[in-house]
Ligand binder design. Structure first.
Ligand SMILES: O=C(O)CCC(=O)C(=O)O
Length: 278
């Protein structure tokens, strides 16, 4: 990993924003050229899925997309975002989940139906007995299409809701929870969100197909949430990236890592010691 990455470390203001609101937006994280190339790669997958019979009016949720294109692989330790991930979660981390979502225009008139509000991680939210729930992981959503206006299949959130174990949904199934807002993200924006932040996908009532890449980072003792068939990428990766792609010396090292298990820790100690916690 190149030391130049350190210019993108999490700032105090970014930390405060993330801690208080449960999310953080970095505009222009991707250049116009990156957006164009990543969009072409995402389009290729989407076209293939349509050919395979995917309903053109329904959103495509496509997990485990990292092996599909080097461009997706390159973002795993992307310099403009990855330092903020270790700044929030620390060094015992990896990419536990990744998915691409393409939300085409649904061809319907806008409605006020309540969206599918949730915190990430499924049963973790029921089986972990603590309040507030622990953070455990976060996602970065890279927006490839323009969702800077509402109605475009926006990612919706309730800012500051990450410390709440529940939210009140409208009883009649109409409208959104109090405080809910659409995230207005331009192409190239990276939105970091705490897995506990109450969030939802929304229908796309516009004529612009929405395209977003989601990268989920969590502690190394968390299981993958999709097949994550990234092992063939280990050999070509530097040690830190190998760690991010799930490599480890042995099973115990995911809980009690030795130096060899966590090259990110070693790299940080040598290059950014203030980022190395216990
Ligand atoms: O598609 C969206 O905007 C929401 C994605 C989502 O709910 C998730 O990544 O957990």
């Amino acid at each position: 990993m190149n030391k130049s990455i350190l210019q993108y470390r999490l700032t105090d203001a970014e930390r405060q924003q993330f801690e208080a609101e449960g999310y953080l937006m970095i505009e222009d994280a991707l250049s116009a050229a990156q957006i164009a190339d990543l969009t072409a790669a995402a389009d290729g997958i989407y076209e293939q899925k349509l050919t395979d019979g995917h309903d053109p009016h329904k959103a495509l949720f496509y997990p485990n997309f990292i092996p599909d294109d080097p461009l997706f692989y390159n973002l795993v330790d992307y310099e403009k975002t990855f330092p903020k991930v270790w700044g929030i979660l620390g060094w015992n981390i990896y990419l536990y989940h990744a998915h691409l979502i393409v939300t085409p225009p649904n061809g319907e008139a806008p409605s006020d139906k309540t969206f599918g509000w949730h915190q990430d991680s499924g049963r973790v939210n029921l089986e972990m007995e603590s309040h507030p729930r622990p953070r455990l992981s976060l996602k970065i959503a890279y927006f490839l299409s323009d969702t800077s206006e509402a109605g475009r299949g926006n990612f919706w959130i309730v800012p500051g809701s990450h410390l709440h174990d529940s939210i009140e949904r409208p009883a009649d199934g109409q409208g959104q929870p109090a405080g809910a807002v659409p995230v207005l993200a331009k192409p190239g924006t990276a939105v970091f969100f705490d897995r506990r932040l109450w969030h939802a996908a929304s229908p796309n009532w516009s004529d612009i197909t929405r395209k977003v890449l989601f990268y989920g980072y969590g502690y190394r003792w968390i299981r993958t949430k999709d097949d994550m068939t990234v092992q063939s990428l280990w050999e070509q990766s530097d040690p830190v990236k190998r760690q991010l792609l799930g490599w480890g010396m042995n099973a115990n090292g995911f809980y009690s890592p030795t130096e060899e298990d966590v090259p990110l820790k070693t790299w940080l100690r040598e290059n950014s010691p203030q980022d190395v916690s216990a």
